[in-house]
Design a protein around this ligand. Structure first.
Ligand SMILES: Cc1cc2nc3c(=O)[nH]c(=O)nc-3n(C[C@H](O)[C@H](O)[C@H](O)COP(=O)(O)O)c2cc1C
Length: 202
């Protein structure tokens, strides 16, 4: 946290937005786009990516031993390092995150420069999470799993404010806004809090 004479210096934070689904018409991609808008309104500099542009094989330690981590994993780690905040939105698959998100996080966690501490890309920045899911549960089990992976697995700071969108196929209007006022308010609250905390990360 940068500080001068006891004062915290706040800067325009860079926030990375990652949807955890590649599906055409993905509700989580819609949620990611809406989150990107809210983060920009909260005065962040936002980068929204698709993991389609970072194709990775299923993690296998033999691949690392043979050739090191693939280039997309290295690029994703660099993307994380270049941002002070990260928003990840994952669908709920079988009461957990998608294999896409888990595989991506596992790969990034194995990209390590000589002498670098473990999980460097997950530390020194702040994370927020969301889920849009088909059921009335709103992907809360996916959110719990993602929080566990990031916090307990990778040592990341994940803010308590999170976004849960139940019955995702009916949750968005024609303008791709959330119809439910409480979900829309939760998204705004998450965005403001993420920007506020990211702005004081070095
Ligand atoms: C393999 C698989 C497992 C799923 N498991 C759940 C689940 O546990 N809970 C749930 O609410 N929806 C579940 N769904 C439905 C997804 O939440 C729904 O397809 C959602 O729209 C996927 O997100 P997307 O639109 O961003 O691709 C599952 C879908 C798939 C393909």
């Amino acid at each position: 946290m940068p500080a001068f004479a006891g004062m915290t210096i706040m800067t325009t934070p860079k926030i990375l937005v990652i949807p955890g689904s590649l599906r055409t018409g993905s509700h989580n991609a819609r949620l990611a786009a809406l989150a990107a808008k809210e983060l920009a309104l909260a005065e962040a500099e936002v980068t929204r990516i698709s993991l389609e542009d970072y194709p990775l094989p299923l993690f296998d330690a033999d691949l690392v031993a043979a050739a090191g981590p693939p280039q997309p994993a290295v690029q994703l780690k660099q993307m994380l390092l270049a941002h002070q905040g990260v928003f990840i939105t994952s669908p709920e698959y079988s009461a957990s995150v998608t294999p896409l998100i888990k595989n991506t996080i596992d790969w990034i966690s194995r990209v390590r420069d000589p002498g670098e501490p473990t999980y460097a890309a997950f530390k020194g920045r702040v994370f927020a999470i969301g889920s849009a899911a088909a059921s009335s549960g709103g992907g809360v089990r996916s959110l719990m799993a993602l929080r566990q992976i990031l916090e307990l697995g990778c040592g990341a700071l994940v803010i308590p404010e999170q976004v849960s969108v139940p019955r995702a196929d009916q949750a968005f209007d024609d303008m791709d806004n959330l119809k439910d006022e409480s979900a829309a308010a939760a998204l705004k609250t998450m965005a403001r809090r993420l920007v506020e905390l990211a702005s004081v990360m070095s």
